[in-house]
Design a protein around this ligand. Structure first.
Ligand SMILES: C[C@@](CO)(OP(=O)(O)O)[C@H](O)COP(=O)(O)OP(=O)(O)OC[C@H]1O[C@@H](n2ccc(N)nc2=O)[C@H](O)[C@@H]1O
Ligand SMILES: Nc1ncnc2c1ncn2[C@@H]1O[C@H](COP(=O)(O)OP(=O)(O)O)[C@@H](O)[C@H]1O
Length: 306
């Protein structure tokens, strides 16, 4: 009998986030180019008398442990489809900043889904898992898939993208989070009555990903939510400026923020930008990593002796 399953799930950065007009269902159509990067949450599930969520890590106190947690919702959704109880203890070892625009909650949702599927021997197809992910949230399918992908619709309709290399990134973690709906609402407010074009992926950006050319990627990155995130958190402007001055090829807000992302020419340049950001006093923590990396992956299974 399986005693526990552990799944490792990466964070993401959006190298392009083109946001269309507000839809009647409250969402926005997107051209969302995701890149999975090497900051990870680990989700472990084991049989229990009832559904329970615990969390460890520096930001653990900010994570809800009730049934609103995306990992709990994932377990409940899979159990409901397969006519069973979601009697599991889910433990999240969290390294992805909370409410930071890096899809940490989505990562935990995808991780718990994959882990419960393995623990229960559900044998759900990839299509079924992706369908459940899309019900849980717009970013959750990408957390399952990883790598690089274009998200259309509200971000849940994925097309994998080819990448020709690995890109070096520095992330500056801000104090506190930003609410994703609040950032979308601020984007709409700033746009006012200006007509908004349908979002389209940038051909130059897709080509830069394909060839692995960091300089070309830096010239093509864009985030329509950045003005809104900076409007709600004006201090981000100083963080972005500090990374740019230190030689980042591109400085941008990660998704809805407030984490900021800095693309660099390589690992040595990333360390230099990281040092400058640390001493700038404009952020809470600095992380150096790279992407693309694979999506949710089972990394450990323990068997009970019974
Ligand atoms: C902005 C992005 C960029 O990848 O991620 P974060 O930077 O927050 O991680 C995503 O669009 C966030 O996706 P996710 O966090 O899964 O959002 P959801 O739970 O589906 O939706 C939360 C709320 O965000 C807004 N929302 C989300 C997606 C979308 N295409 N249009 C929206 O307007 C809606 O107000 C919605 O009610
Ligand atoms: N497993 C989870 N980890 C973190 N936050 C979660 C989780 N489940 C639900 N949430 C809620 O989702 C909100 C957004 O968190 P997160 O996914 O980390 O950020 P973002 O949407 O900016 O990428 C949090 O403020 C929290 O209330």
């Amino acid at each position: 009998m399986t005693a526990s399953v552990t799944v490792r799930v990466p964070a993401k950065v959006n190298v392009q986030l083109a946001v269309g007009p507000l839809r009647t269902d409250g969402f926005h159509d997107l051209a969302n180019v995701f890149l999975a990067v090497g900051l990870y949450d680990e989700v472990t599930v084991r049989p229990a008398d009832e559904l329970r969520v615990t969390c460890s890590g520096a930001d653990a106190a900010q994570v809800p442990l009730d049934r609103t947690n995306l990992a709990a919702r994932a377990a409940l959704a899979l159990a409901a489809r397969h006519g069973r109880e979601a009697n599991v203890h889910i433990h999240i070892d969290k390294d992805i900043p909370v409410a930071g625009g890096m899809a940490g909650g989505s990562a935990d949702g995808a991780g718990a889904l994959l882990a419960c599927d393995a623990l229960w021997g559900t044998g759900a197809s990839r299509e079924e898992l992706l369908e459940i992910c899309a019900e849980l949230g717009s970013d959750v399918p990408f957390s399952l898939v990883g790598g690089a992908a274009l998200g259309r619709g509200r971000g849940e309709l994925l097309t994998p993208l080819e990448t020709g290399g690995t890109f070096s990134w520095v992330f500056a973690v801000a104090d506190g989070g930003l609410s994703t709906p609040a950032v979308y609402a601020e984007c709409d407010r700033l746009r006012g009555t200006t007509p908004v074009p349908d979002p389209e992926p940038s051909a130059a950006l897709l080509a830069a990903l394909r060839t692995g050319d960091a300089t070309a990627l830096a010239a093509a990155v864009s985030n329509d939510l950045q003005p809104a995130a900076v409007s709600l958190r004006p201090s981000l402007a100083a963080t972005l400026a500090a990374g740019e001055e230190a030689g980042a090829l591109a400085a941008m807000v990660s998704g809805s923020g407030p984490t900021t992302a800095f693309l660099t020419a390589g690992e040595a340049e990333a360390e230099k930008v990281a040092d400058a950001l640390r001493s700038s006093g404009t952020c809470r923590a600095v992380r150096v990593t790279s992407g693309p990396v694979p999506g949710a992956t089972v990394c450990g299974t323990a068997r009970s002796s019974a």
